[in-house]
Design a protein around this ligand. Sequence first.
Ligand SMILES: [Zn+2]
Length: 413
Amino acid sequence: MRALPTPVVPRLDGPSGDGRRTPTASVVLRSILDNGPIARSTVARLTGLSAAAVSRQYADLAELGLVRERPARTPRSSVGRPHVPVDIDTRRHLVCGVHIALLHCTYVLTDLRGRVLAEQRIPHRDPGPEAVLADIEATIAAFLDEHAGSRRPLGVGVATGGWVDPAHGTVVRHTQLGWSDVAIRDVLEARLGLPVRVESHSRALARAEQLIGVHRERARKSLVHLFVGNVVDAALATGGAVHHGPRSAAGDVGHLPVGSGSLLGPTVCGCGRTGCVQATVADRAVARHATMAGLLPRPVFADLLTALETGDRDVRMLFRDRARLVGRAVALLLDVINPEVLVVTEAGVVRDPDLLAELRGEVAERSHVCTDPERTVVASSFGSRALGVAAGSIMLDATYARPLDLRPQPART
Ligand SMILES: [Zn+2]
């Protein structure tokens, strides 16, 4: 499937018809997201906007169903008008997220705070792009019918590994899936009749951490996000913006050299070298090792996770070795970029704090700049649901950046 010609500027980032007020609306909405329930006067104080400006923006946002007043806790006996707190309205809208993995798609619906309302995982019947997009179309329609209730969908965020170009809504290259130049956004928007945004899962995870993550204040200053699954890739963000670079190719860290661990490797990579991080610690490589070592009857990573969760000691040693190898890649990234926070999304460390401690131990031994791995290196805020939440947050991010774009557009003449 070839990419259709598309505009260079993403549509949701385009002129909203009210370019002056849109950024202010975003500032007010994000302040309410971060601090709500909160009095309007406090929003004004925190954002530096005038009380009148906050009230005006609040009225627009409330009309769109994005914010609402919460019952005031002010005692009845108090004098004067109570400060009615306002908050994000999580009852009226939702976003849909789809994460395309090697073997399956994960679907989530979240509210405007990124809380998961429904989640579903469906294996690919055929990993080709035509079949996967047809399945996504059918599944989203049924998923919304079943779970959306009275909430209105704002759009669909699609995340996947490999090289993704969000400006054109395409997967440029996903080696393991065998996809190249797949025009996901245009195909799905035409079929679903909803706005669709496409992003690399690592950048989507980084944006989710900045928008609604546990460490969001530090993540908004500077952040590296490292994803370790079947794909190993990274996202870098400074000053609140995620770095894309020419054709959005940034973050391809799969060939960082980490050597071999005490159990995993040496593994020959597709690039011809030995000891590249992706080839050595990918889900498939670890599952294959487990099978060869007699820990699993078949090399299925999901079975390996089940064994980890049930306390299998040999499997835990394997994940410990993986965490140590990932720690070597983390140390390299910390030395190059020196971020406020580095978030790791890896199946072991998001489930087991001891595995995160192993990873940090390797960082402490190898990094030349990171003096406090406990503070700097953290696991994903979203646990085992990270990929689905990240996909949904692509659409949340667009909503919080340009909330007034939700307004019905005047008819074109
Ligand atoms: Zn390589």
